[in-house]
Design a protein around this ligand. Sequence first.
Ligand code: DI6
Ligand code: FE
Length: 398
Amino acid sequence: MQCDTVWKGARLATMAGAGIGAVEDGVIAVKDGLIVYAGPAAEAPAFDAARVVDCEGRWITPGLIDCHTHLIHGGHRAAEFEMRLDGASYEEIARAGGGIVSTMRATRAASEDDLVASALPRLDALIAEGATTVEVKSGYGLDRETEVRMLRAGRRLGTERAVCITTTYLGAHALPPEYADDADAYIAMLCDEALPEVTALGLADAVDAFCEGIGFTIEQTERVFAAAARHGLPVKLHAEQLSNLHGAALAARHGALSADHLEHLDDAGIAAMAVSGTVATLLPGAYYFVRETKLPPIDALRAAGVPIALATDCNPGTSPLTSLLLTMNMGATLFRLTVSECLAGVTRNAARALGFADRGTLEAGKRCDLAIWDVERPAELVYRMGFNPLHARIWSGQ
Ligand code: DI6
Ligand code: FE
């Protein structure tokens, strides 16, 4: 079989089927960026390869996928973090100009170049741990112009680095001060003006909203979803993070790719997600950073067969996290996910949460996005904290 590169002497966590899909003496072959064979050496065809790499027993997983980030934003909120540690209340921080509005101001003040430059070190941190696909949301501009600038900056990240960037329009993240007393008018502007513009420019791959007491109501979220459907865009939702507004069930009714956070998810929401095939994207970094104590209903999600993804939720307010390895560790320690669930959460199920059928497992026909690890067993990727055993990262066969 003609191919570009063969990796031999590898142990594979193919993530195909249920569990890890381990192959002890494994081989992967790539042609034109796609996997043409991934499996046991004993069953491999004879390859005519331009390059052969001996992996010396290292483990190969699919390239990691971060399916929920707010990687692009102006400034940071370290001073606010310090104030909180010194005992300041949320109101005091807000009065001192803190909170999500401070990030909105810093983002509005940033040029596209500034936004790209400040996001690149965060993207590089993810890439250094084997990430090959990263989702990036807007949602800190909250006006048409800045939201468009954020999404353009997102697209540009994908040209600055060898990584796939997928962009999500999150205009309904918070209410901007210009609309302080009129959330419905903001939603109308978003649906009738901003989303059509974003779609016409081809800047968004999906639409998201923050359905919450401090975000938007079910009715407002439904209007955003209806507008997304008119523009042919799939939807996702920040749901049931702080309270139960039944956002996950709404998302499921709209065929959402994922519902994210879910600490307050109930049985009806789980059942609806199971029927629609909506992925449960859990965000243990946010759970940890805000010292949340209510756990998402992991056992019930498992029992219902809802696929579980894990993501960093990288954002300046509630999850300043740029490590999928630490995210997996938190998924295991805080949420008691198994090793194979953690790995599936940042590969197979993360791909599904983004609507990608062409990645997330090591199988013939998939993109050749690989992470090659200096570990003796896959559990080490979940077990260590703050240690990066990445040996090599392959994106699109390179
Ligand atoms: N949920 C969150 O936890 C963040 N956004 C969201 O929808 C908070 C974002 C921030 O505080 O900057
Ligand atoms: Fe988020």
